[in-house]
Design a protein around this ligand. Sequence first.
Ligand code: DGL
Length: 273
Amino acid sequence: MTSERPIGIFDSGIGGLTVTATIRQALPTERLLYFGDGAHVPYGPRSLEEVRDFSFGITEALLERGAKVIVIACNTASAAALRALREAYPDVPFVGMEPAVKPAVEHTRTGVVGVIATVATFQSELYATIVERFAQGVEVLHQPCPGLVKQIEAGEFDTPTTERMLRGWLEPLLAKNIDALVLGCTHYPIVRPLIERIVGPGVRVIDPAPAIARQLQRVLHRDGIEAPAEQRGDVQGYTSGDRDGFVAMLERLGMPDVPVQAAPWHNGVLHLP
Ligand code: DGL
């Protein structure tokens, strides 16, 4: 069995485009709808309840546009809403993000790993469960990075301010001898070159996007909803916020031809054109 219907993907802003680029490469026959909630970015400093409400509104809009599966390309929204969404829509498959603590624990030789993510992600039950399940005697240091998503949304990928902020968060982790660093927010791979320059070659930087693409592939196969082999995949972008940064990020990620449409919220309700 196959399905021509699209895959719905969302994030608070441009971060989930890093996941979308990986999915596009791994699944070239799939049609992807991507919504970035530029009107509400950043999600990180908001309450989990508020992020959950946005996630429900976006899921509803993506389903209305025919999505056959929803990929929550945002750690914060996954932490806030994944479980509630699965309960509310038992017939819809969801793929969520979670900080890749397991591969970091498998990699470490020093016995100390670092995780960087948003404040909301660290406050979630999901994060606590992951650490409990996978840490296994390894010290997992968590470091929130308030303000980093804003810098990235503003296009400040490698400016002195962004570097100063990152050094302030990463140097204390290095002093504690981490040898693996988990990128627990889908915006952070955008500044990966800068992060790698700061932590140096002795620290493995882990981005879960390829694992998420593989998980999505498994779900499509399991449910018999893969795209027909002859289908030509594409991407349609939507943003509730600023279009320019969104378009610039698509170009940077090698997807310059993706059309981007405005999709504003109206009284807490979202419709995708
Ligand atoms: N990309 C989102 C995440 O993975 C960023 C959250 C935010 O908007 O603060 O958590």
